[in-house]
Design a protein around this ligand. Structure first.
Ligand SMILES: [Zn+2]
Length: 478
């Protein structure tokens, strides 16, 4: 059985990798067929979408469908999913038990929840085929070097790619969940070694492994780039950013430090296969055969290519279990106007504003350590009472966390401080960092971007007040 799955995966990767040979009309046709299949399936098997589509014509176009929001999909979760056996309460129990990591829910579904970087988390359910499409798209498109194919496949079986996957920790967050199933899917072409971004011997272990590929969050990669002089990675071929948005400045910094390309990846937990960085033109291309990205304004009107919209609507053509159709995400994206420049016919993303790496530098004993925002996301998510939070680095090893609680939650500041502090120290925050936690009524977004900035610091790596850190000064992904 396993071998059959791997053959199917290899075939899919091969097909997806040949996209540059396809005319744009073929991709548009695939998109339309898959959209129709998704709409029909949702109409038949999801009570939520049946209600949503009632009164609309049978032959629906995408633009006739009203957008959906995270709050709606969370509130009506049991009605949204197309398999009646899936129940939110049941799933909450499933993700509440870490022993279920790497296990298929009901024997057939991979489960995760969004990180909470855009409001309270939403549970996400995907079947094997959906997960296979996510992984195969990344393997086929999100990398430089030889195209996948039989010859490359055989070469990889002989000499599997050594991948260092640096995650913060195991967990049910989207990229963490994907990683749980990656080794099985990529066998026998790649060997995945997993590291934690907070393990003290990370540099030594990477030097030992001599990876061909490093995959990690933008903030982790930036942290590694600053320590590049300690790394001896002679076999490194490329680096992939698996989560968080990478600014052009940060990308340039990482590429200069390691002398290999950095391939960016843009997805949300709700549609992980949304877009992959292109080794040919350097932009990201929307994987339009398996996802639809609409850039729109506040009134959901389409925004022309070259202009930044106020939000995007995402349609995931691979997830038949929990349909995301015109799902609203407040990312500010500009598509690139049509034109020459890349043989890959998939639509290109010119820029994504407002998502920036989240990183603090602290002192731990006699060394500088970086703290990725993922640490704080994970601690906040794990308490299940936090709606919004913001961490402010006030001095080198002093952090204040401001928290807005979910409605209906009653918790004293003192209890919250105890719980959050214990959680953070448990999952790797150095004891040398002192914490203060306060409950506030609301947190306002950054007026420049309209986005919630969760990690605020005015200190640079050496602990000096820089007015603004290099990360803050860097333009958002342009
Ligand atoms: Zn390209």
């Amino acid at each position: 059985m396993a071998v059959l799955h791997n053959l199917q995966f290899a075939r899919l990767t091969d097909q997806l990798g040949r996209v540059a040979d396809l005319p744009a009309t073929t991709i548009a046709l695939q998109q339309q067929q898959r959209l129709r299949r998704l709409i029909d399936h949702a109409r038949q098997h999801s009570a939520f979408y049946r209600r949503r589509f009632s009164g609309l014509p049978d032959e629906l176009t995408l633009q006739q469908i009203p957008p959906t929001t995270k709050d709606e999909l969370r509130e009506h979760f049991d009605d949204v999913v197309t398999d009646r056996r899936i129940r939110r309460r049941d799933l909450e129990r499933f993700v509440g038990d870490e022993r279920n990591l790497g296990q298929w829910y009901l024997g057939q579904y991979a489960v995760c929840h969004t990180s909470g970087s855009q409001g309270p988390p939403l549970l996400i359910v995907q079947d094997r085929q959906c997960l296979r499409i996510i992984l195969a798209t990344m393997a086929a498109r999100g990398r430089p070097g030889p195209k996948p194919g039989i010859r490359e496949g055989l070469r990889r079986i002989w000499k599997p790619t050594r991948v260092a996957a640096i995650a913060f920790r195991r967990g049910f967050y989207p990229s963490g969940m994907t990683l749980e199933f990656t080794q099985d899917a990529l066998w026998p072409f790649a060997r995945i070694s997993r590291f934690s971004s907070i393990q003290p011997d990370l540099i030594e272990r990477l030097n030992e492994l001599q990876p061909n590929v490093i995959s990690g969050y933008a903030s982790v990669l930036e942290g590694l780039a600053i320590q590049a002089s300690d790394l001896r990675l002679g076999s490194l071929e490329y680096i992939t950013n698996s989560s968080e948005q990478l600014s052009q400045r940060a990308k340039f910094r990482i590429e200069s430090a390691f002398q290999v390309p950095v391939v960016n990846h843009y997805g949300t937990g709700e549609c992980l296969q949304l877009a992959d960085g292109c080794p040919l033109c350097g932009d990201m291309h929307v994987n339009a055969d398996w996802a639809i990205l609409e850039v729109v304004d506040d009134d959901y009107r389409p925004v022309p290519a070259g202009q930044v919209g106020s939000r995007v609507l995402i349609t995931n053509l691979a997830n038949m279990t929990q349909p995301f159709i015109r799902y609203e995400v407040t990312d500010r994206v500009a598509l690139r106007a049509e034109g020459a420049g890349c043989p890959n016919p998939l639509p290109r993303i010119e820029r994504i504003d407002g998502r920036e790496a989240e990183l603090f530098w602290v002192r731990d004993g006699d060394r500088d350590r970086f703290l990725s925002g993922i640490l704080f996301h994970s601690a906040a998510d794990s308490l299940h009472v936090i709606r919004e939070w913001r961490a402010v680095q006030r001095s080198r090893n002093e952090i204040r966390i401001e928290v807005v609680l979910l409605p209906g939650t009653s918790l004293s500041s003192k209890t919250l401080e105890e719980q959050l502090t214990r959680r953070l120290y448990d999952i790797g925050l150095p004891r040398s960092v002192s914490l203060q936690v306060g409950i506030v009524d609301q947190l306002l977004p950054d007026p420049r971007t309209g986005k919630m900035r969760r990690m605020v610091t005015e200190l640079d790596r050496s602990g000096h007040t820089a007015g603004a850190t290099e990360i803050e000064r860097a333009p958002a992904a342009t």
